[in-house]
Design a protein around this ligand. Structure first.
Ligand SMILES: Cc1ncc(COP(=O)(O)O)c(C=O)c1O
Length: 395
């Protein structure tokens, strides 16, 4: 395991943030925010629905779901027509000939992730994560490893500017009985793993009998991607997707897993005896969204605009010494000129009325990084960023 040097502030906060288990740190993050309910929110945010209002209009479909479908149960992997629609959508995006048998619906990407780990982690399994990573995934990776006798290994990329892992860094970890998980695009950096690195990881996992879980919850490219993704067509690859970001349905808890049919059968059988069924109420609305080819390009266009606006504004802030220009989604990871830990900075900013996500929640403990969310109305975003800049420059 590659370790990070700890922040040098030497305070109780720094020592807490450096040593705390990610699960308690994540809860503490929410507790801190509760103390400051009037904070402006540049943190764990999602774009307001108003940004896409008319295009996301599906009132009739949701109503129909409530009236007609609510009395139903469905196949444990989800309704066949919805799985077919997802397989078509994924086939178009990747070039892989997916069918309904490759898909199962889950209650959000996070439940998909925990379900896959629950099914695959056994005594002695090595679960490998790559920093930075999403706090809820890392918490679940720890839960599953502890419960099932697995061993968790954390890899920190040498590249401290963009945190991109190289194949040489990850290769030694790919062994039999290994599950590697990564977020692609990465949350918080918004960068995709280069195709040559990802395809080599896939091939090596397949050769070694290891699994690769790719959490694609943030897969909302800011510019169109034309590369051939057929290299993902492997029995070792388990892809996890979410409707939370792409259709702003976080509250519905909807996601889906894409994998080979044997794995889907294992996962959906386990799901039936843990969660019962995925909810049916949004089935009709999902089909409507999937049939609208304009929605994804619109989300990309709006997100691109927000990110550009925010970057433009942030380059004027003296305290921002580095930023990672995202390729996807609506978050930006920023390095701040601040001699103490990101946890301490987070608390300072909250006390000044600004909520951001500290880098330590993503496992980044070297340097002071924060993640901000740009999914806001333009005037709100500008106002919030100016407030953030003022707060940072006054520290
Ligand atoms: C990498 C990653 N995984 C999972 C999730 C959560 O997805 P869901 O709401 O579908 O559980 C998010 C949400 O931000 C995410 O960024």
């Amino acid at each position: 395991m590659v370790s990070q040097s700890s922040a040098s502030d030497g305070t109780a906060d720094a020592s807490y943030a450096n040593n705390a288990d990610i699960r308690s740190l994540f809860l503490k993050y929410w507790q801190e925010l509760e103390r400051c309910p009037n904070c402006i929110n540049l943190g764990m945010g999602m774009p307001p629905i108003e940004l896409f209002k008319y295009e996301l209009e599906a009132q009739e479909e949701f109503d129909a779901g409530r009236q007609i479908w609510q009395a139903e149960y469905q196949h444990q992997a989800g309704d066949k027509s919805v799985r077919e629609a997802f397989s078509k959508f994924e086939a178009e995006r990747t070039g892989i000939a997916y069918t309904a048998e490759n898909i199962m619906l889950v209650s959000g990407a996070l439940r998909g992730f925990s379900l896959v780990l629950d099914c695959l982690v056994k005594d002695g399994t090595r679960v490998v994560e790559i920093v930075p990573t999403y706090p809820l995934c890392s918490g679940q990776a720890r839960n599953a490893s502890e419960r099932r006798g697995g061993k968790l290994l954390t890899v920190v990329p040498k590249d401290t500017k963009t945190f991109q892992i190289t194949f040489e860094e990850i290769k030694p970890y790919i062994q039999p009985s290994t599950i590697i998980y990564l977020t692609n695009p990465n949350n918080p950096t918004g960068l995709y793993l280069p195709k040559d690195v990802l395809s080599k990881i896939v091939t090596t996992c397949e050769n070694e009998g290891a699994y690769l879980i790719i959490d694609q919850a943030c897969d909302l490219p800011l510019n169109p991607i034309y590369d051939d993704r057929t290299y993902l067509d492997s029995p070792s690859v388990i892809r996890i997707l979410s409707l939370s970001k792409t259709y702003l349905l976080a509250g519905f808890r909807l996601g889906y897993v894409v994998a080979n049919p044997q794995l889907i059968e294992i996962f959906s059988n386990a799901f039936a005896f843990s969660d019962g069924n995925a909810p049916c109420v949004a089935n009709k609305a999902i089909i409507k969204y999937l049939n609208n080819s304009q929605l994804m390009p619109l989300f990309s266009k709006v997100s691109r605009h927000k990110v550009e606006l925010a970057l433009n504004r942030l380059t004027k802030c003296r305290s921002v010494i580095e930023f990672i220009k995202p390729e996807a989604c609506f978050y930006i990871f920023l390095k701040i000129s601040y001699p103490y830990s990101s946890w301490r900075l987070f608390k300072e900013l909250v006390s000044r009325g600004v909520n951001v996500v500290p880098g330590c929640l993503f496992g980044v403990r070297e340097g002071c990084w924060i993640r901000i969310c740009c999914g806001r109305e333009d005037d709100v975003l500008i106002k919030y960023l100016d407030k953030l800049s003022q707060a940072l420059d006054s520290l």
